[in-house]
Structures are given as structure tokens and as C-alpha cells.
Design a protein around this ligand. Structure first.
Ligand code: ADP
Ligand code: MG
Length: 415
């Protein structure tokens, strides 16, 4: 079982590589890697395969290079580059008849996968996995014919088992992992979008109420202004009031728009105090509806690095939750603290609080105690944004007494 043993050794190296890259993708948050790093990664995989190959006779080497070639060729479209590198790498181990056969097999393969790459991506995910496995089987069979030609005196049962089962299994596992990661990242993005839409909708309702008040006041004064015998002084006074009311309606709309604007990913220096003031003015209408008084206590210093839209989305969610936890009114305290390396943001409410079990589930997608009025996505978005900004969250809560959220972000140097 020499061939099988060697291929299993190859496979375990590839699986370790797959595992490392999964961790890497998970940590890199964005699920996108540059093309050159992908090429390097596949070249490393190829080199490992060729280095640990089975070489029963000096002029031939048998290994699992099929796997990186098929996966890289179909999924990334770098078939020709990979085949080129495989031939060069293989060349270092000797210019012999094995290399000749390899060239004969892989150059047509490179052209075929390169042409098929766009078509491949149009297929549904399960079919993609099957197609990749199919390629693995075909290449496996062709490799076996190569073995027959080079007369290796191998045990044929061993060879057939090794080349039909192992590459297909490896390709299947890797292709399935790729599809899994892709689906996950797509779903995560959709969730964030859905939560934002829901928040925009709810804020919209509260805000239209908030706009109606100044507009009603303004139109009342306009009616008074219609009086032809109004003294000049009064007329001026009324006009000033109308102007002020219209201004305040405009401010509400402006705030709403800054929140509803689609997010553009960019890291910038954020002045925590200024941002929080903005965010508070966004949720102020909601607080008024619930008779919640908001008080603040800001440290003088404190800048952090992050995306402004995301930061707003995060704290609008936290403040909304705090306000919603006080349906019969209460007080909401927003404060910041600055220490050498960290900026802390503390949000304390006097609402209904959470039990230990509720606290444990906080941030779980779709976990909500608000029935129809909740999405259970707000805190999940909060956690993911804070993680992306390298911050920490700690929560203390007592049923009936209130909840305190503490956020800690690394201070940016410019503050
Ligand atoms: P939603 O607000 O749509 O219910 P979230 O993810 O924003 O979803 O919050 C999940 C749950 O966490 C809420 O339903 C609520 O039970 C609880 N929660 C969050 N913040 C607070 C808070 N400040 N006080 C009490 N409970 C809270
Ligand atoms: Mg919420």
C-alpha cells in the first residue's frame, strides 16, 4: 500500500494547509485575499505535494498535485500559472521522462480549466463541487495511465484505490469548505443589511413624528401671519419662530440621512465625543417618545480608529436597545473615559435589565425578547462591528434595575 500511504500523507499536509487558511480567512474579516497571495498559497501546496511524493523509480514522482491544480484552476482561474509553476518545481527534482509525461498531461489541462473557469462560476454551488471532483477523478485515471507507461511495478489495486479515492476526497473537502465559507460570508452581509433596513424603518416612524411637531407649529404661525392688520413687530417675531421651527425639522431630517446613508468601508480617525453627540441627536426622537432623559459626561480626550458609518450603526443600536428597555421612562447615561491606551464608552440605563440567561444569549442572531418589534440582530451587528474595530464589550445587568454596557477601544495615537 505504498502509494496509498504516500497520498494520505500528502492529503494530511493539504488538510493542515486548508485548516490554516480557514483560520486566516476567519481572522481577516473581509473574506477577500489578494490574487498574488492566493497564487503563493497554491504554489506552497504544490511544492509540499511534490516534495513528499512517492518515487518508486528515479524518473517518476506520484503525488496529489492534482488537488491544488484542480481547485486553483477552477475556483481561482489560475490554471496556467499553477501548471507552469508545477512544471518548474517538478523540474528541480530532475529532468526525466516523468517530467515529460507530466507536461503532456498538464498543459492541455491548464488550457481546459482556464477556458472553463467563467462557465464554472455560473454553476450552482453543489454542481461546482461535483465538477471539481469529476476533474479530480479524470486526472487521477490519466495519472494511472502515466504509471502504466512508466512501468513502475506497483500493486495495481493500491494504485487504483489511491488515485480514484484520495484526490476526489481531498478536492471534495476543499471545494465544500470554499462553498461553505462563501455562503457564510454572504449570509452575514445580508443579515447586517436586513438589520439596518429594519432600524431605518423604525427610526423613520419616530422621526416623522418628530418632524410633524415643528411643521404644525410653523403652519400655525403662517396662518397668524395672514392677518393684514398684524403689527410690524409681531410679524417679525412670528417669522423668526417659523424659521426656527423649519430649521429644527431640517436638522432631524439631516440626522436621519446621516444614519441611513449606505456604508462605505473606510478606517478613519474618530473623535468619540463628537460622534457620540451626533448619535445621541439621532436617537433623541425615540428617547422623547419613551420619556427617557439622556445625560452625558465626556472625557476631554479620546480618538479611536474606525469606520464612521459602522460606529454610528453600532451605537445607534445600543442606545435604541437601552431606550426600548425603558418603555415607561428612565434615565440614560452616556459617558466616556480616557486612559493611556484605551477609550471607554459607558452606556447605562435604568431599564428592565436582563437575567443571567438573557445576558448569555446577547449577541446571538435572532435572539430577541421583543416579539414582533424586535429583529434580534442589533446586538449581533454591535458585536461584529466592535470586533472589527478591535474593541471589547462587557455587560452588567440586573433585572428591574438596569443595564450597563462598557465598550473599550484602543486609543488612536493622534488623540
Ligand atoms: P432586538 O432589539 O431587535 O430585540 P437586539 O439584538 O438589539 O435585538 O437585542 C437582543 C435582546 O437583548 C433584546 O431583545 C433585549 O431582550 C436584550 N437587550 C439588549 N439591550 C438591552 C438593554 N439595554 N436592557 C435590557 N435588555 C436588553
Ligand atoms: Mg435592538
Amino acid at each position: 500500500m505504498e502509494v496509498t500511504k504516500h497520498l494520505f500523507l500528502n492529503l494530511s499536509f493539504l488538510m493542515i494547509l486548508l485548516f490554516i487558511s480557514l483560520i486566516f480567512i476567519e481572522k481577516s474579516k473581509k473574506f477577500t485575499l489578494s490574487k498574488s497571495s492566493i497564487v503563493l498559497f497554491f504554489m506552497a501546496a504544490l511544492w509540499i505535494c511534490i516534495q513528499f511524493s512517492y518515487s518508486p523509480i528515479s524518473y517518476a514522482r506520484f503525488d496529489l498535485r492534482i488537488i491544488p491544480l484542480v481547485v486553483g484552476g477552477l475556483y481561482v482561474g489560475i490554471g496556467p500559472i499553477l501548471v507552469g509553476s508545477a512544471l518548474i518545481l517538478r523540474g528541480f527534482y530532475g529532468l526525466d521522462s516523468g517530467l515529460f509525461l507530466t507536461t503532456l498531461l498538464y498543459i492541455p489541462f491548464a488550457i481546459v480549466v482556464w477556458r472553463l473557469h467563467p462557465w464554472f462560476w455560473k454553476q450552482l454551488p453543489p454542481r461546482r463541487v461535483l465538477i471539481a471532483i469529476g476533474f479530480g477523478v479524470v486526472l487521477g485515471v490519466l495519472t494511472i495511465f502515466g504509471m502504466v507507461l512508466s512501468d513502475t511495478h506497483a500493486n495495481w489495486f493500491d494504485v487504483w484505490f489511491a488515485y480514484l479515492v484520495i484526490p476526489a476526497t481531498g478536492i471534495g473537502i476543499i471545494a465544500y469548505s470554499i462553498e461553505f465559507v462563501r455562503k457564510n460570508s454572504e449570509m452575514r452581509q445580508q443579515l447586517i443589511k436586513a438589520e439596518k433596513l429594519k432600524a431605518v424603518e423604525q427610526m423613520g416612524a419616530a422621526i416623522s413624528h418628530e418632524i410633524r411637531n415643528p411643521l404644525t407649529a410653523a403652519s400655525g404661525f403662517v396662518q397668524l401671519l395672514e392677518d393684514d392688520y398684524l403689527p410690524r413687530q409681531k410679524r417679525k417675531e412670528y417669522l423668526a419662530i417659523v424659521k426656527e421651527e423649519l430649521h429644527s425639522a431640517e436638522r432631524v431630517i439631516q440626522d436621519y440621512l446621516t444614519f441611513a446613508k449606505p456604508a462605505i468601508e473606510s478606517f478613519q480617525d474618530l473623535n468619540v465625543k463628537r460622534e457620540l453627540k451626533q448619535i445621541i441627536s439621532i436617537v433623541q426622537p425615540l428617547a422623547n417618545q419613551n420619556s427617557v432623559a439622556i445625560s452625558t459626561e465626556f472625557a476631554v480626550l479620546g480618538n479611536i480608529k474606525g469606520d464612521q458609518q459602522k460606529f454610528r450603526q453600532c451605537f445607534v443600536n445600543v442606545l435604541k436597545n437601552a431606550i426600548e428597555a425603558m418603555p415607561n421612562g428612565g434615565s440614560l447615561m452616556v459617558s466616556t473615559e480616557y486612559s493611556h491606551d484605551f477609550v471607554s464608552i459607558i452606556i447605562k440605563d435604568t431599564g428592565i435589565g436582563m437575567s443571567t440567561e438573557q445576558l448569555e444569549r446577547l449577541g446571538e442572531p435572532f435572539y430577541s425578547t421583543k416579539g414582533k418589534n424586535g429583529t434580534g440582530l442589533g446586538m449581533m451587528v454591535v458585536y461584529s462591528i466592535v470586533r472589527a474595530m478591535e474593541g471589547f464589550i462587557s455587560v452588567e445587568s440586573e433585572l428591574g434595575a438596569g443595564t450597563t454596557f462598557q465598550f473599550k477601544f484602543p486609543a488612536s495615537l493622534r488623540s
